[in-house]
Design a protein. Structure first.
Length: 294
């Protein structure tokens, strides 16, 4: 296969929100000859068809024709239910991936897929303040990591080998501008609890506390620091409910460490050395985070 050839000639994207819609737009831009099908509600499908992001529209996965790749881009628990539907409705050879923020639950659910299907969990580390197809854009994944969490080798007689599916998916996301990497599903969920889920919950909690504690109109006195720190507080709860539920143990550990740090600060507000230590360590890790980004 030439590097310019599409790794998948026909693709179905189930859920055309910010991520699913951006995948469709990026595929359309990178491989215009690829056939794209979308599954969503009638209004979203109409928007996607009107934007030429997809060629065909379907309201259920059961109605999908045979395709080379199915991308599950709904919330995590909905993706798991969709995967169960696909287990009973896909006799064709197909690669299936998802874009959910947690991986253990869906990798476990994939064990029920028929031998003709190969599932590889996926997670693009990109997003925006607002969701929905209206905010989708083809450059959303440019320069961002895309994690794959392949399970163990499939049983004898399965369709595409796991390695082949990962290789094709890696070529696919590279074509969308992302940088693919692989890790174990447990490792992924533990890592995301700290670098993604904790920041989201912290930002939302901070905004909720500030909003409740300030007098009417007082919140508008907040400066750039408050606005930047709480940018994630605009994220939709519909996505994060499932993430919290399917990664509660790891997120709980992350929250415990955050609470311990806040408690330490609370107990030592009059001790400059404690504040100095926390601020110095934070500045060091912030510099590490921002390497190559500024």
């Amino acid at each position: 296969m030439s590097p310019t050839d599409p790794p998948f000639n026909s693709i179905a994207i189930v859920g055309l929100g910010l991520i699913g819609g951006s995948i469709a737009l990026a595929v359309r831009e990178r491989w215009p000859a690829s056939r794209l099908a979308g599954v969503d509600t009638p209004s979203v499908l109409a928007h996607a068809m009107g934007s030429a992001a997809i060629d065909r529209a379907f309201e259920s996965v059961a109605a999908l024709p045979a395709v080379d790749l199915i991308v599950l881009a709904a919330p995590v628990n909905q993706n798991i239910e969709l995967l169960k539907q696909l287990a009973s409705n896909r006799p064709d050879k197909v690669v299936i991936t998802d874009v959910g923020g947690t991986k253990r639950a869906i990798v476990d659910a994939a064990r029920g897929l028929p031998l003709s299907a190969t599932f590889v969990g996926g997670h693009p580390l990109s997003g925006a303040e607002r969701g929905g197809f209206g905010f989708a854009r083809p450059d959303l994944f440019a320069g961002r990591p895309w994690i794959f969490t392949p399970a163990g080798a499939p049983p004898p007689g399965a369709g595409d080998s796991r390695d082949d599916a990962v290789a094709r998916l890696s070529q696919f996301v590279t074509g969308l501008g992302a940088t693919p990497t692989t890790m174990d599903a447990d490792q992924h969920d533990r890592l995301m609890a700290f670098v993604s889920h904790l920041p989201q919950l912290t930002a939302s909690a901070l905004m909720e506390v500030v909003g409740r504690a300030t007098p009417p109109g007082g919140i508008r006195m907040g400066g750039r620091g408050l606005a930047d720190t709480t940018r994630l507080a605009s994220s939709p709860a519909s996505v994060w409910r499932d993430i919290c539920a399917t990664n509660a143990d790891a997120i709980g550990d992350a929250l415990d460490l955050m609470i311990a740090c806040l408690t330490e600060m609370r107990d030592n507000l009059h001790r400059g050395d404690t504040i100095d230590t926390i601020f110095d360590e934070a500045a060091k890790w912030r510099a590490e985070l921002m390497k190559g980004r500024e």
